[in-house]
Design a protein around this ligand. Sequence first.
Ligand code: R5P
Length: 295
Amino acid sequence: MIISPGPASVVLGEAIAKELGLEPQLLSHRLFPDGETYIRFPESVKGEVVVLVQTTAPNPDRKLMQLLIMARTAKDLGASRIIAVIPYLAYARQDKRFLDGEAMSFDIILDLLESAGVNDTVLIDVHNETALNKISEEHEMRIHNLTAIFYLADYLKENTYKGAYSLSPDLGRSELVEKVSKVMGGGFSFFMKVRDRYTGKTTMKVKNLDLEGRDVVIFDDIISSGGTMARAIQGLKDQGAGKVAAVCTHALPVPGANEKLKNAGADLIVATDSVESIYETVSVAKLVANFLKTI
Ligand code: R5P
């Protein structure tokens, strides 16, 4: 097995290789002045199982294109199996046609990966697992969805949040958050979030929970504008909650998100290294390496 980190995930790719006791094969990469990407595999991959590690944020379109070029090149060079580890896959939230005429972006990206020669795609905490399972049925490529939530929970327990209440900011992830609440050991609930499909604006229904003085961990898949987390934090603080941790797998903070979270009263903000960010605290290297040992 050859681990080849792409330009977007060199540090994580090296960490995964280290967990597996392997030397990573770093790709030669540069950007042409006009923004195009140059990729070269410096050593032979003929007959090898090649694991490409490439996240797709920030700058999702460029990073996706790099991944497609990497995969197709590995195929052309005779790799026997291509496994694309995509710690964060952009476009996965557009997993159906919510409005007539919309692009099914998630499906399109998976099609492109498949036609570039990818045999297995390894994802982490995809936004909607039910939608993923449905889309997977239409693809020959095997698609695996891992969760980092228990690694995040371990970190929180070791860092003063043992026994904290677990909250999902929307219904979509409530099943998974209920599972992790058993590990956290402090109870569970969820708020309701509704998105206006025309404006993209969301509104949150905050439930009254008996949380006076209780520490709470909010688990979400993504932090982007910080709006979802900020509204949930505010709702909890208004009810007298103690410390509140805002926790996500994928941190994609846009300018202003950090201030929004801090102003809402976030006491701790934690994310994984699926995307490089100021919040990355918990590594997914072991999660991915352990999975790679099984396939
Ligand atoms: C969408 O429902 C996701 O689960 C996240 O809640 C969302 O992407 C977070 O985005 P933002 O930080 O912009 O509210």
